[in-house]
Every structure is written in structure tokens, then in C-alpha cells.
Design a protein around this ligand. Structure first.
Ligand code: BYC
Ligand code: FE
Ligand code: FE
Length: 473
């Protein structure tokens, strides 16, 4: 099963060769995908050789092959993690029963909706990032951007496979719609908010891959616990790819922070902006912005949708099968902090209704660990500045805090106080203009823009000065 068939037009490990109808339908979607890629995928170095990895097996460990590829020739394919013998439903009302290999009629529409929402984020992120290489701080960074882009393209393939294979005619219609919506478009926007935000500078890109791709990690983790086995297996393999996206974001931000700390020391007045760097306060504001947009992606703190997904076994908790003993989540409560009459009060809600919040908490702890590692780097660089993750109540547009104002410490504040302080908490127009003004391409191998430190090591054992993108073709 781990073997991937590369002789097929669509590389796969799902035995597509023996399902002629499915193969035909996917081969019809393939040129539309390629048109989409050429139209709104990466617009810079479109036909150049890029040092990329491609999946060659779905086994843990050595699954990747590295080499030069022109992006339109990338072998996007359908790769599912191996089937687990005798896998049973991890959570909800059907826990312990055998997993489903087909979609039960009563869950067809909800399951399709979840898959479509997941799928929609993948092409959206590629669209958001399509011009970034025009201002890449190095060829190393450009290559990492493209690696993330081709893999998000592959994640779209993964979801489109599920839609085509299990949802018949409406699945195919949804697959077509996935190529028709556009990130940030007024008429046909992408489904979730964060995927309509502009991503036009590299501070934003690294925040996005650090915080928004990390939502992907947790949502995919919840879907890996699904009773619908093909979805679980698809997500398990996607998670192995996701780890690199998170590395790109976390290490990218760390490099910008290290450089800020170095420039802080060198600048006559201690401000990195004097020497063309990005100051740590500005980085903190971008962190605040993208952390909060990303926690909105978990949905409302209290959600009947989330309770239904859990009850039916469509989604589980993070590491449901491994880390939990009790899988019904019935007769248990969780305290949720509500705002009532200008005060924050704790109210018990049934645990199943709080599943979005539980996943968000796991996500926020993961982000906390990242911030701790950044602060160690800042300490090493001799800076006194420490990054702080804002409260999950701060700057929300979804959920029960969206209509209230909170400061980054999580205290309820008035609208006036919010107005007077927001510019010190979130990027201002002038911060954004300043960051944009630094975005100039650096295409000489081994050289880096002044606002970002070089990475410790290159990709896959190659030196940092390796020609990760062949600029001459
Ligand atoms: N923006 O009960 P509620 C990734 C909607 S990222 C706009 O609170 P629910 C990636 C919601 O859809 C991972 N709308 O939420 C990262 C619902 O609308 P309907 C993506 C929002 O349903 C980087 C209504 O508000 N995967 O892979 O419990 C690069 C009330 O909803 C938002 C998934 O999301 C928002 N932020 O949970 C590339 C997994 N939040 O249905 C890729 C699949 C909520 O009433 N999705 N709404 O019209 C889900 O499981 C759920 O849909 C959500 C929402 C967790 C997103
Ligand atoms: Fe993805
Ligand atoms: Fe990703």
C-alpha cells in the first residue's frame, strides 16, 4: 500500500488504475487544476528549476525525494497513509464500532461540508502567497515558499479525491467550485476569514505559516480521528507534510527576531528601523494579528455543530485515540467564560458543545511552546524583549468574544480604551507600509535581506548557499 504508482498520469497509492470512472473524472479535473495553478498559483519563477521534495512513499521516515523540478511539472498526487488493520471509531456515539469505508447516508451532507471547508483553505493559501517570491529575502526562502505552495496544492488534490471518490455528482461540482472561489475576492471569496486576508510581505508569510498552517495541523489532527476511514488516512499523510510548513513559519519568525535583536544592539538609538530592520514591537503586533485570526478558525467556543461532529464520529479531539480514555464526552462539563452585564462569568456547558474550544486550547498551548523557543533565541541574542502570546479573547471576530473588547492580557475593556490602544497592539497602516518598504528581492545564493538572519543550515543536507532556485531557468 505504501508504494506510490508514478506511472499513472495522477500518481497515487489508491489503485486508481483499477477504477476507470474515478480515474477519468480526476483526469478531467487535472487540466482545470493546472490552469488554476498557472493563473493564480506562484507568479514568479513560474517555469524555473526549484529544489523540491516529492513524496515517494507514505511510510514513516524516508518518504521524500529531493531534486530540481519546475513547479508545473510537480507530480501532484493522491497519497493516503496505510490502512490500519481493525481500526475502530475513536469517539462519539459509535465509538468502538468498525470505521466506515463508505459515507453513511445520514452524514453525507455534513461530511461533505467539512471536507469542502478543509479543501477550500488549501488553494486559498496558494493564491494569497502568489506574488511573494517577487520580494523573496533569499533563494532559500523562495524555495521554502514554493515547497509549501506545491504541498498545499497536493492537499487540495487529497480532498478532491475524497469528493470525487465518495460524493458522486455533487462531490464533482464541489471540486469545480474549489477552483472558482478566490482568496480576497468580493464576489467569490474563500470560505474562512483568514484565507481572504492579504499576504504580501514576508513577515506576514512567516506568521501565516506559523499560526494559520498550525490551525491546519490541529484540524487535520481532529479529522485524522474521523470514523470515515478514507478521510482519516488522507489527513494522517497530510500531517507529515504539514510539519515542514510549521518549521518554515517558526524558524522564519525566529530569524527575523534574531536579526531585530542584533540590529537593536548596533543601531545608534537602539531601533532596528534605523538600520533597515524590523523592530520587535512590530513583530509582536503581527504575531498578535495572525494568532488571533488563526484562533478564529476554530469556530465558536460553544457550538452545536461541533457537538454533532463529535457525536457522529466525524471529528475527534486532538490525539483522541492515544491520549483519551473516555471517548463519549457525555455527562461532562466544561467551564466557558461568557461576558454578561459587562463582566466575565464562568458557565458550565456540556463538554461536547465545547469541542472547538478544547481544540483551540491544544492549539494555543502549542503556540505557547513556540513563543518560549523564540524567547530563548532573544535571550541568546542578548535582547531584553520577550514575545507574548495574547489571550484567546483578544481581537476576535468569531465566537462569544467577538462583540466585546479585550486587551492582550484578556481583560475586558471599553470600546474607548480599545480605540485608544489598538495601534499599540495591532499593525497600523504605517507599520505595514514600513514592512512593505523593506520587501526587496535578494536572489544571490547564500545572501539574505537585511531584516532576516541566515538559517543555521540548508535543506536536506545542502549548504545554505546552494542554488535552491535556478534563477537562469
Ligand atoms: N471564518 O459553530 P461555529 C488549513 C462559520 S487550516 C468564517 O462557530 P463550527 C490550512 C462556520 O463555518 C484548517 N466563518 O463553527 C492552513 C459556521 O457557518 P455555517 C482548515 C467561520 O462549524 C494554512 C458558522 O460560522 N480546516 O488546513 O463548529 C494553509 C458558525 O460556526 C469561521 C478546517 O477548518 C471563520 N473563522 O466550526 C493551508 C476543518 N469560523 O456552517 C491550509 C473543517 C466559523 O453555519 N472545518 N465560521 O454556514 C470545521 O471543522 C468547521 O467548519 C470549523 C467551524 C472548525 C471551521
Ligand atoms: Fe494544507
Ligand atoms: Fe500547510
Amino acid at each position: 500500500m505504501a508504494h506510490i504508482d508514478y506511472d499513472e498520469r495522477i500518481p497515487n497509492n489508491v489503485d486508481l488504475a483499477h477504477d476507470r470512472r474515478l480515474k477519468k473524472a480526476l483526469e478531467k479535473w487535472q487540466p482545470a487544476y493546472l490552469d488554476w495553478w498557472k493563473g493564480v498559483g506562484p507568479q514568479v519563477f513560474k517555469g524555473n528549476d526549484i529544489y523540491l521534495r516529492t513524496a515517494i512513499s507514505t511510510e514513516a521516515g524516508g518518504w521524500a525525494n529531493f531534486g530540481y523540478v519546475k513547479m508545473p511539472d510537480y507530480r501532484w498526487g493522491i497519497f493516503l497513509a496505510d490502512r490500519e488493520e481493525d481500526r475502530t471509531i475513536p469517539a462519539g456515539d459509535h465509538a468502538g464500532q468498525p470505521v466506515w469505508q463508505e459515507v453513511p447516508g445520514e452524514y453525507r451532507n455534513v461530511l461533505k461540508r467539512i471536507i469542502v471547508v478543509q479543501a477550500d483553505t488549501e488553494p486559498a493559501s496558494v493564491e494569497q502567497q502568489r506574488w511573494l517570491a517577487a520580494t523573496a529575502p533569499s533563494l532559500y526562502d523562495a524555495r521554502n515558499l514554493f515547497q509549501v505552495n506545491v504541498e498545499e496544492g497536493r492537499h487540495l488534490w487529497a480532498m478532491v479525491y475524497l469528493l470525487h471518490a465518495y460524493f458522486g455528482r455533487d462531490g464533482r461540482a464541489e471540486a469545480d467550485e474549489l477552483l472558482a472561489r478566490r482568496a480576497g475576492d468580493d464576489d467569490k471569496p474563500r470560505i474562512l476569514d483568514a484565507f481572504n486576508q492579504p499576504c504580501q510581505d514576508w513577515l506576514t508569510f512567516h506568521c501565516f505559516t506559523c499560526f494559520t498552517d498550525r490551525d491546519g495541523k490541529y484540524q487535520l489532527g481532529a479529522l485524522a480521528e474521523s470514523a470515515f476511514d478514507p478521510l482519516s488516512r488522507t489527513c494522517r499523510f497530510m500531517l507529515t507534510e504539514e510539519a515542514h510548513h510549521l518549521f518554515v513559519g517558526e524558524s522564519g519568525l525566529e530569524r527575523i527576531m534574531r536579526r531585530a535583536a542584533q540590529l537593536e544592539r548596533e543601531a545608534p538609538n537602539g531601533d532596528p528601523r534605523e538600520l533597515g530592520g524590523i523592530d520587535l514591537q512590530t513583530i509582536q503586533k503581527y504575531v498578535n494579528y495572525w494568532f488571533t485570526y488563526s484562533i478564529d478558525l476554530f469556530g465558536s467556543e460553544v457550538s452545536t455543530n461541533a457537538a454533532d461532529y463529535f457525536a457522529s464520529g466525524l471529528k475527534g479531539r486532538w490525539r483522541e485515540a492515544k491520549d483519551h480514555d473516555e471517548h463519549s464526552a457525555l455527562h461532562q462539563q466544561k467551564t466557558i467564560e461568557y461576558v454578561e452585564d459587562g463582566r466575565v462569568v464562568g458557565r458550565e456547558v456540556p463538554l461536547r458543545n465545547a469541542m472547538n474550544e478544547i481544540l483551540r486550547e491544544d492549539y494555543a498551548s502549542d503556540c505557547d511552546r513556540v513563543v518560549k523557543r523564540w524567547n530563548k533565541a532573544l535571550e541568546e541574542e542578548g535582547s531584553d524583549f520577550r514575545m507574548v502570546l495574547p489571550s484567546t479573547k483578544f481581537h476576535r471576530r468569531q465566537g462569544i468574544y467577538a462583540d466585546h473588547h479585550f486587551n492582550p492580557a484578556g481583560e475586558l475593556i471599553s470600546a474607548d480604551e480599545w480605540e485608544s490602544k489598538r495601534d499599540s497592539w495591532l499593525p497600523t497602516e504605517s507599520d505595514r507600509q514600513y514592512v512593505h518598504s523593506l520587501m526587496k528581492p535578494v536572489y544571490e545564493p547564500g545572501k539574505f535581506a537585511n531584516y532576516i538572519a541566515a538559517p543555521r543550515r540548508g535543506i536536506h543536507g545542502q549548504p545554505v548557499e546552494f542554488e535552491y532556485v535556478r534563477t537562469d531557468g
